[in-house]
Write a protein that binds this ligand. Structure first.
Ligand code: 6PG
Length: 469
């Protein structure tokens, strides 16, 4: 009798991989898993008991278990591990099979891998998966890029496992080559910006507003019911209730203020710069992770510059409302920067991205899911070639009503000496974008003065140079 074949294969049975295929099985598809680590295979077989799931440590058995054309997804650490798994699998695959890289791979690696595998007759897709371990198990947001015919092979499974918003799956074909990894990279850049902005809001609420952890919990919980409704605000509210079992103190106060990073936020900043697109709030978030790492230098300098600012006195309730508006303003700027870089990348790399679709699949399952994304979706639905998100009438009206509070919160922070790197960058991004005239005429004059770099004029066409001295 012919052995029963499985619809879907997963290589890498860490918690993300296991959870993803348990989700596949819950949605009526059978799934096979491969990992060299016996314990991970055993964990899958026990967590998946009663489901159409089977794990193995044997590559040959795994390949043989899959129905043709095979759909094999990799959830292994980005980088060399992806290449080595591909090289391992390739001799056993047939033409027309599909390998999906579900990790946070660098988009240029995806371009290289797709080209290499296409030459061998094997499909390759880079897909972003967001939502952490819980998302993988219950419904992530999925960002697939590659050939449309390859996507068709796996579309029913990805649609079934993804998060749903208004019964619509949080997955859609995004575009060719590395577009899926690129969109996920920018998702993470926005994630970095939102997280840093929330951290700065926490800092001013605590240092200037004098809010206790209990009040912070109440404030963030309330904000999560309003215009800031989002996954990151929701988990932030929960963080302020977590006690440290070791000491009985609140855990957040015991955590060292050094934030690590795996690189996706930095890639967003670096690539946006290559494209000539400003993403200052994402840059600020990366910078702050770097600054946070300089802990011992900060402690030394703290003793030299202790008390640099003066704390203004504020009415707590009014201040909390102002910070809510400032955070909402800065959230809008973070999404606007991310969408703008996606728009330019789509043109420069011929991805063929649709920004409305991206906003739509980010509404559920992913780390940056937020009520705001429905408004972003509507903005790009109404005008796909919007010059910037802030030009949309809904956002323009919102921004006009909250920019005053944003300026006030940032001024108070500056007076108090509270670092508001991300907030300030969001406001400067807005002020620069809305300035018909910037002082960069002077920069051009300086360039021409010391380097004969020439300049253009406001009143005449042509290229000009002046002998300044
Ligand atoms: C997601 C997350 C996920 C991961 C981040 C963490 O969308 O589920 O973005 O991909 O948690 O990459 O990144 P850092 O370690 O760089 O903060």
């Amino acid at each position: 009798m012919e052995q029963e074949k499985y619809h879907f294969g997963m290589v890498g049975l860490g918690v993300m991989g296991r959870n993803f295929i348990l989700n596949v099985a819950d949605n009526g598809f059978s799934a096979a898993g491969l990992d060299l680590d016996k314990e991970k295979v055993a964990a899958l077989n026990s967590e998946g008991s009663g489901k159409k799931v089977k794990g193995t440590t044997s590559k040959e058995e795994f390949i043989d278990m899959l129905e043709a054309p095979r759909c094999v997804m990799l959830l292994v650490p980005a980088g060399k591990a992806v290449d080595s798994v591909i090289d391992d699998l390739l001799p056993h695959l047939d033409k027309g099979d599909l390998i999906i890289d579900g990790g946070n791979s660098f988009f240029e690696d995806t371009n290289r891998r797709e080209k290499y595998l296409t030459e061998k007759g094997v499909h390759f897709m880079g897909i972003g998966v967001s939502g952490g371990a819980k998302g993988a198990r219950l419904g992530p947001s999925i960002m697939p890029g590659g050939k449309a015919e390859a996507y068709d092979l796996v579309k029913p499974i990805l649609e079934a496992v993804s998060a749903k918003v208004n019964n619509e799956p949080c997955v859609a074909y995004l575009g060719n080559t590395s577009s899926g990894n690129y969109v996920k990279m920018v998702h993470n850049g926005i994630e970095y910006a939102l997280m840093q902005l929330i951290a700065e809001a926490y800092d001013v609420l605590k240092q200037i507003g004098g809010l206790s952890n209990e009040e912070l919990h109440e404030t963030f919980s309330k904000w999560n019911e309003g215009k800031l409704q989002s996954f990151l605000i929701e988990i932030t509210a929960a963080i302020f209730t977590q006690e440290d079992p070791e000491t009985g103190r609140m855990l957040v106060d015991a955590i060292l203020d050094k934030a690590k990073q795996k690189g996706t936020g930095k890639w967003t900043s670096q690539n946006a710069m290559d494209l000539g697109m400003p993403v200052p709030t994402i840059d600020a978030a990366v910078t702050m992770r770097e600054l946070s790492a300089l802990k011992s230098d900060r402690i030394t300098l703290d003793s030299i510059f202790d008390g640099a600012g003066t704390y203004p006195s504020v009415d707590k309730a009014t201040f909390v409302d102002q910070v809510e508006n400032a955070l909402y303003f800065a959230f809008i700027m973070a999404y606007a920067q991310g969408m703008a870089v996606l728009s330019t990348a789509s043109e420069d790399y011929n991805y063929g991205l649709n920004l409305e679709t991206i906003a739509k699949i980010w509404r559920g399952g992913c780390i940056i899911r937020a009520g705001l994304l429905e408004h972003i979706r509507k903005a790009y639905d109404a005008k796909p070639d919007l010059i910037n998100l802030i030009a949309d009438s809904f956002f323009a009206t919102e921004i006009k009503s909250i920019q005053g509070d944003t300026r006030e919160v940032i001024s108070l922070g500056i007076k108090a000496g509270v670092p508001l790197t991300a907030f300030s960058s969001a406001l400067s991004y807005f002020d620069s974008l809305r300035s018909g005239r910037l002082p960069l005429n002077l920069v051009q004059a300086q360039r021409d003065f010391f380097g004969s770099h020439t300049y253009e004029r406001t009143d005449m066409d042509g290229i000009f140079h002046t002998e300044w001295e």
